[in-house]
Design a protein around this ligand. Structure first.
Ligand code: TXA
Ligand code: MG
Length: 344
């Protein structure tokens, strides 16, 4: 299959892009499309054959359910048994946006979408092309991130092409994803809401909107998301993550030692650390959580294609939005070093 990237901005923009993509999906095909979090790989949710293709193309374990993307909070209601109050409150506060809600599903939702679970995950993205595509298809789209299972999620059309060349007919190019990491996944079916996957909408944000406590999966015992048990976001080179108070000094010391041993060293860190010489450096800008989120996956991909022996990555403070960043970096790492004051 020849994969075409459909540009929707600039000189070579194709005004028919959305129509082509929607037709491909209505015919049972798959299309990669931009969202504000990461690129998704979409299929029509009522087409079982198309959904199976998603799992095939990604090499995704069949027990890992998909998120259903809608163009309006109302459109989610056709998938549910009844509409929880929390859904209405959170839809008003955060839709469109990087929040996915897990609710009880009804019989219209196919088992392949939810991996047989009685719940379904629903999200309304804010990227205008994603919304236009869903509206043009006329049905919700099941869409995981547009990467082969285990790889970092794509945040540009070029990265989606690297993952899916020859496997899908169309990739819609909507520029770099504004946010750059996947949505917060929140289970609202239980007595307390539980964050199954942290994201840029934090527990504090959700708690503020709902006026109730929000738990993280680690605190909630039983409840958990099938996806979180798999390895994710791994670059093709061994990566050491430096966490804790003095992560950046830890990297500088480690880089010096490794270089003296003759190793080729990569560093993924905020711009201010560029002073570490003789390393291949990928900048995370000013190092704020938003900078990390936006450039982190592209950085991991960059080093996958480079001849380095080891990648050193600077961690970030693990609270609020930093929880989501460190959740991904911990999964990407082969080694984690917790560096505090006394270690230096
Ligand atoms: O930002 C995002 O969420 C992106 C964009 C494309 O929307 N999508 C995404 O999808 O990250 P994916 O398939 O890579 O991750 C979906 C996560 C997995 O961890 C999965 O286990 C969880 O959501 N999930 C889906 N349905 C669920 C359900 N019914 N119950 C619990 N967890 C569910
Ligand atoms: Mg994914």
């Amino acid at each position: 299959m020849t994969t075409r990237v459909l540009h929707t901005a600039g000189k070579d923009a194709d005004p028919r892009a959305i129509a082509f993509a929607a037709e491909e999906i209505r015919d049972g095909g798959l299309v990669a499309f931009p969202t504000e979090t990461v690129y998704g790989l979409g299929a029509e949710i009522y087409n079982e054959g198309a959904i199976r293709k998603i799992f095939e193309v990604k090499g995704r374990p069949p027990d890992n359910p998909l998120i259903v993307h809608i163009a309006d909070p109302e459109q989610g209601i056709e998938l549910m048994q009844q509409v929880p109050d929390r859904y209405n409150v959170l839809a008003t506060a955060f839709m469109p946006g990087p929040l996915t809600l897990v609710v009880q599903r009804n019989a219209s939702v196919l088992d392949v979408v939810t991996a047989g679970l009685e719940t379904v995950a629903i999200r309304m993205p804010s990227h205008p092309l994603a919304l236009e595509l869903i509206r043009a298809v006329g049905a919700p789209l099941a869409a995981p991130s547009a990467n082969v299972s285990g790889n970092p999620s794509p945040t540009t059309a070029e990265e989606a092409y690297e993952e899916l060349d020859g496997k899908v007919a169309f990739i819609l190019d909507g520029g770099r994803s504004d946010i750059g990491i996947e949505s917060t996944v929140l289970d609202i079916t239980g007595s307390k809401p539980v964050i199954l996957r942290p994201g840029m909408i934090t527990g504090e944000d959700i708690s503020g909107a709902l006026h109730e406590d929000v738990l993280h999966a680690s605190e909630a015992g039983e409840v958990r998301s099938p996806g979180v048990k798999y390895r994710h976001y791994m670059p093709a080179v061994p990566m050491t993550l430096f966490a804790g108070q003095n992560a950046e000094d830890g990297i500088a010391a480690a880089a010096e030692r490794l270089i003296a041993e003759g190793q080729r060293v990569g560093v993924l860190a905020p711009e201010r650390m560029k002073r570490i010489s003789h390393t291949l450096f990928y900048s995370l800008g000013k190092g704020a959580t938003l900078d990390y989120a936006k450039y982190m996956y592209s950085g991991l991909r960059f080093f996958s294609a480079q001849q380095v022996d080891v990648l050193l990555c600077a961690g970030i403070e693990e609270e609020h939005q930093g929880l989501a960043i460190m959740n991904r970096l911990r999964k990407a790492a082969t080694t984690i070093r917790e560096i505090d004051e006394e270690d230096l």
